[in-house]
Design a protein around this ligand. Sequence first.
Ligand code: ATP
Length: 304
Amino acid sequence: MEYLLTTNSLTKQYGRHKAVNGVSLHVRQGDIYGLIGRNGAGKTTILKMISGLAAPTAGDFTLFGETGKHTAPYLSRVGTLIETPGVYPNMSAAENLKIKCLSLGVRQKGVIDELLQTVGLAGAGNKKVKNFSLGMKQRLGIALALVGDPDLVILDEPINGLDPQGIAEVRETLFKLNKERNITLIISSHILEELSKIATRYGIIHDGVLLQELSREELLAKCSERIELKTSDTRKACTVLEGMGITDYKVVDASTIHIFERLNDSGEITMKLAENQVKTMGIAVKNEALEDYYLNLTGGAANV
Ligand code: ATP
């Protein structure tokens, strides 16, 4: 099986508004899939449909090789943390986990201690949850999502509202789950910079539509430092570049070449092109930050 999960034109309409509009995601086994989008983009609605908490208006999904509109047959294989974790504040983390274990029929000995250990709450298992920091509550939410030993864990904004230390702790926990327990993760966030530290694949959602799906390498390449050369003849320009010993470049479209080496030599490149009767229509060194790339794609900084 190539994909653990694909959504097939998944759509959710509320009244006349399509909160999710024909979204087709592709999640591989072992991915840490980052679903990125501004507030209101439709991330939670997608995750709710995949988790069986909301029914699609149209479309369906293929999960563990089976196609349908419901997650019900796989509930034990999918762990979720969507919006704030439902916890009992007057109980301890261990007691909260015990209730979840009972509700899912999980009886293995030592499972609660192991889960607390996994999410870094081993020392705080008996503390009442109402006295937890936000980061500790999020980690307890992740532990709750792990009850039943799922293959796929879906986390909606797990780093939202956390301080840098809390973010780092949650990130470590997620890495560990992915690497040591081979859990596939889908994580939503409105902060690309944060997701970029962990996700291996990205889906960019805007106004309910999937704008782009790309791998970590593809995203980093788009944001890497480069010379952007606009020219009337890319074929001839490539010959000139090769003649200068420049090999690390990419023809992006009919008039654009991205050059990833000799970033200080744009003057020399322009001169050599002119000598060979190749017209330079524009040349600039670009280093688009991740957030800029995302903002450009989604149309500016408003409402972020
Ligand atoms: P956020 O990070 O703010 O939660 P999001 O990307 O998760 O944003 P969603 O919560 O999925 O976005 O919402 C997408 C759109 O669907 C929004 O316009 C929202 O108002 C609308 N919406 C979500 N749930 C409902 C509902 N139950 N009834 C009507 N509209 C809804």
